[in-house]
Design a protein around this ligand. Structure first.
Ligand SMILES: C[S@@+](CC[C@H](N)C(=O)[O-])C[C@H]1O[C@@H](n2cnc3c(N)ncnc32)[C@H](O)[C@@H]1O
Length: 315
């Protein structure tokens, strides 16, 4: 999938909204949406010495380039076979994960010994990354509602050897009833979304896009985000992330958490170009503090598009 986005796939309302959002950069966004994403891997430092694996893969003809914002992330410029086919992959020495998808765990800063909830975790890219960042110490609950996707999550947790992960199946909207109120040191909600940031992978998200579908998923995101926030301890940190660019699925959801008392913190991340979140959009006012949330457009770092917000629950 590369080249021009087929005519008719972009709806007039989409063009109107995104031209308003991006101005002259709209065409640049489209050109990146039409470009195949660069594959990348996340090395599992709990199973292998990262330098050893990089040397081994290089010897076998892989050309890797370090990802600046995550120590164990590498882009794969070229390689002799499919990344999922190698014995190193089967052994869980690395996980095939897009570079922008590594951002939310870095912003969350999981530490060993903490109690963390990943409320929408399947297939486990971020959950297994978080477990590795915790050095497999402490507890990570990796939850998802979809049984088939939970199978993939459990398989990835097992392959990566993530010893401190407990996999659960439940509707995240009932998270406080299931896991308790004010219990987790950190929570991540990598929400189901309209996936506009993933158009580089598949143009399906463009075909499915409509204001109505965005509004529908936004309602689910607000319910999930409120439930996730309720499980967080006072003083705890929560990351809300999506792989979409839609304000109704991003700033609007965070605005709802701010109304519950959440404080937006400025994320710390190195080597990543990002834009401040929107203070307002169409007839909505989200507030000035939204500038501390991160919009990552595909053209900024040659990745998928992402939105990431870091929130603190006051003590
Ligand atoms: C963007 S994906 C998560 C990707 C995952 N965090 C990762 O990095 O591999 C969103 C997930 O939300 C799950 N989901 C949708 N509705 C949910 C709900 N009500 N409760 C919990 N999970 C839900 C979907 O099954 C899907 O796996």
């Amino acid at each position: 999938m590369s080249g021009e986005i087929p005519e008719g796939l972009i709806k007039p309302e989409f063009e109107r909204r995104y031209r308003e959002l991006l101005g002259d950069e709209y065409e640049l966004l489209l050109s990146f949406m039409a470009k195949k994403p660069i594959p990348s891997i996340r090395i599992n430092p709990m199973k292998v010495e990262p330098e050893w694996l990089v040397d081994k893969l290089s010897e076998e003809g892989w050309e890797l380039e370090r990802i600046p914002w995550y120590d164990y992330g590498c882009r794969v410029i070229r390689g002799p076979e499919r990344l999922g086919n190698t014995p190193w992959h089967q052994l869980g020495l690395y996980y095939v994960q897009e570079a922008a998808s590594m951002i939310p765990p870095v912003v969350l800063r999981p530490e060993p010994g903490l109690k963390i909830l990943d409320l929408a975790a399947s297939p486990g890219s971020k959950a297994t990354q978080i477990a590795e960042m915790m050095s497999f110490k402490g507890l990570l609950i990796a939850n998802d509602v979809n049984p088939a996707r939970v199978d993939a999550l459990a398989a990835n947790v097992q392959r990566m050897g993530s010893l401190n992960v407990v996999v659960t199946i439940s509707d995240g909207r009932r998270a406080p009833q299931k896991f308790g109120y004010n219990v987790f040191d950190k929570v991540i909600l990598d929400a189901p979304c309209s996936s506009l940031g993933e158009v580089r992978r598949s143009w399906g998200a463009l075909a499915r896009w409509s204001p109505k579908s965005v509004n529908k998923i936004s309602k689910l995101q607000v319910s999930l985000a409120k439930a996730a926030y309720q499980t967080l301890k006072p003083g705890g940190l929560m990351v809300y992330s999506t792989c979409t660019l839609e304000p109704k699925e991003n700033e609007w959801v965070v605005y709802n958490l701010v109304r519950m008392g959440a404080i937006i913190e400025k994320p710390e991340i190195r080597g990543l170009k990002w834009r401040p979140g929107l203070e307002g959009w169409m007839n909505w006012e989200f507030g000035k503090e939204m500038k501390r949330t991160m919009r990552v457009y595909p053209q900024d770092n040659d990745t998928l598009g992402f939105y990431v917000a870091l929130l603190k629950k006051p003590t």
